[in-house]
Design a binder for this molecule. Structure first.
Ligand SMILES: [Zn+2]
Ligand SMILES: [Zn+2]
Length: 107
């Protein structure tokens, strides 16, 4: 199960994120991309950047900040070798573990 926490970007961070993002447009709110967790920071993906990095919003109770993080290099064991889409040294499980779970739950 994915973490269900959302965070709205403060206006000044939204402006900075737009300036740094490759596409120039970022969502005004992001959902945490980690597996469900009770402790630690939440991480929401804002945009992919060049050279295997991405722009993330990370937050805990009152603190919120931008971070440029390298991509997690791990790929899934399935036939399509799906990439993780999270960042290097992330907490919790790799994204494709959850993607498999959600695919079998839904639709
Ligand atoms: Zn979270
Ligand atoms: Zn990973």
């Amino acid at each position: 199960m994915r973490c269900t926490h959302w965070r709205r970007l403060p206006p000044e961070l939204a402006r900075e994120a737009r300036e740094r993002s490759a596409s120039g447009c970022v969502d005004s709110a992001v959902r945490c991309q980690l597996s469900a967790h009770d402790t630690g920071e939440h991480y929401g993906l804002l945009d992919d950047l060049e050279y295997g990095t991405a722009l993330w919003l990370h937050w805990c109770e009152t603190d919120v900040a931008l971070a440029v993080l390298p991509d997690c290099p791990t790929v899934g064991a399935g036939p399509d070798r799906e990439g993780c889409r999270l960042f290097l040294d992330h907490a919790e499980r790799h994204a494709w573990v959850d993607a498999e779970g959600e695919a079998s739950e839904g639709s």
